[in-house]
Design a protein around this ligand. Structure first.
Ligand SMILES: CNc1nc2cc3nc[nH]c(=O)c3cc2[nH]1
Ligand SMILES: [Zn+2]
Length: 373
């Protein structure tokens, strides 16, 4: 039997881990960063170029795809991999988070959420069962439970009720997902910033049983310090032999701190979205190319970087095409940022394998302190 979905831990260094998740559509090297392909495209990137940055897996958004072009249409056209020309693993989220963050008119009940599309105002329903069906129609390799991301800040009793709802939805997601060899279902831990609630959530998810476990309810405005405080204990509550996925994270220093605390997978719109606003990431921190100081600068964004933007273009050129709104600006800045993120993951995987992750972290922060962007 071909190896369906298997996480092989290869090395640890402190709490940091590196390994490989083997799937029927290819291997995922962890720690892994997933570029976000919201509406069946990583914006401004061809799939082969996303692969060239080093990505092993992409994230697709159920909310967007269920509205346009609909999951049924994508299924009729051979599934999301075929539709968007990305044959490697895809993880889809469950839609719940984006309903709560993108729609205004919505109603949440025990059954699920009813909402009006931000596109045309049409009414839609999402339940654990419907979310599982949509993600099946899309053909996702990794499916996320339908949950409620507890808003931050939340009173302890409100967070408790929200977490317990998500746990009931996790059971319904598991039941609706059924037995799908070659496909994985991940549970999502909630409990906000309350340790006992995180524990209850983890115990609940483990008793249901999942192929991987996400730490949810973070990167929702709590700030890095509060997020790291939760990450100092929450990942350890999840099974060590399964992938741990931190949703929606983050800035490069968030990612390094999350890996140091035992996280294996992350996704974030930051590298792609900020690229389109002119923000680019370098070993010495972020800079914005639209700043006038770059208009005569012949240097690349980052002389250490081997991406096409850094190999072939100056800051002056990138400043020019950004300022003039040229399409190539989004292409090159996105490509650079995704390349930088994947190169950061590669450097962390190597450091963990070689038992020098502490030194890597020190160097990472020292470089950023040098400034001179
Ligand atoms: C950008 N930050 C962020 N994106 C998230 C997506 C999520 N999906 C499901 N459940 C979550 O708790 C959750 C938390 C998240 N934080
Ligand atoms: Zn570059």
């Amino acid at each position: 039997m071909a190896r369906q979905f298997q996480f092989d831990l290869q090395a640890t260094d402190g709490k940091a881990r590196t390994g490989v998740i083997s799937t029927t559509r290819g291997d995922i090297r962890t720690p892994a960063f997933m570029p976000v392909g919201t509406a069946a495209t990583v914006k401004a990137m061809l799939p082969e170029n996303v692969r060239a940055t080093g990505a092993d897996i992409l994230l697709g958004n159920t909310y967007h795809l269920m509205l346009r072009p609909t999951a049924e249409r994508i299924d009729n056209l051979g599934g999301l991999h075929n539709f968007m020309n990305w044959e490697r693993p895809i993880l889809t989220d469950s839609g719940g988070f984006q309903v709560m963050s993108l729609t205004s008119l919505r109603k949440l009940t025990e059954k699920g959420v009813t909402f009006k599309s931000h596109v045309d105002g049409s009414q839609h329903h999402l339940t654990p069962e419907r979310s599982m069906e949509i993600q099946r129609l899309l053909g996702a390799d990794i499916v996320m439970c339908f949950d409620e991301c507890t808003p931050f800040p939340a009173e302890e009793d409100v967070a408790l009720e929200s977490m317990r709802l998500s746990m009931r939805w996790a059971q319904r997601s598991r039941d609706a997902f059924g037995d799908r060899p070659g496909h994985a279902l991940f549970g999502i831990q909630q409990g906000s910033v309350f340790r006992e609630q995180r524990e209850e959530s983890a115990e609940n998810l483990k008793s249901i049983g999942f192929d991987g476990y996400a730490v949810g309810g973070l990167a929702v405005g709590e700030g890095q310090e509060a997020m790291f405080e939760v990450l100092d204990y929450a990942p350890d509550m999840l099974p060590a032999d399964k992938p741990r996925y931190l949703m929606g994270v983050g800035k490069p220093d968030d990612i390094v701190g999350a890996v140091a605390r035992g996280i294996d997978m992350m996704d974030c719109v930051l590298p792609s979205r900020s690229g389109r606003t002119g923000q680019v990431f370098t070993r010495r921190g972020a800079l914005n190319i639209k700043n006038a100081r770059h208009q005569d600068d012949p240097r690349p964004i980052d002389e250490h970087c081997t991406c096409p933007a850094c190999r072939n273009y100056s800051r002056a050129y990138l400043h020019h095409v950004f300022r003039t709104g040229e399409i190539i600006s989004s292409m090159l800045l996105t490509w650079h940022n995704l390349h930088y993120y994947q190169e950061l993951m590669t450097r962390m995987r190597d450091a963990i394998s070689e038992g020098r992750f502490d030194q890597f972290q020190r160097d990472f922060h020292t470089e950023r302190a040098k400034g001179d962007l």
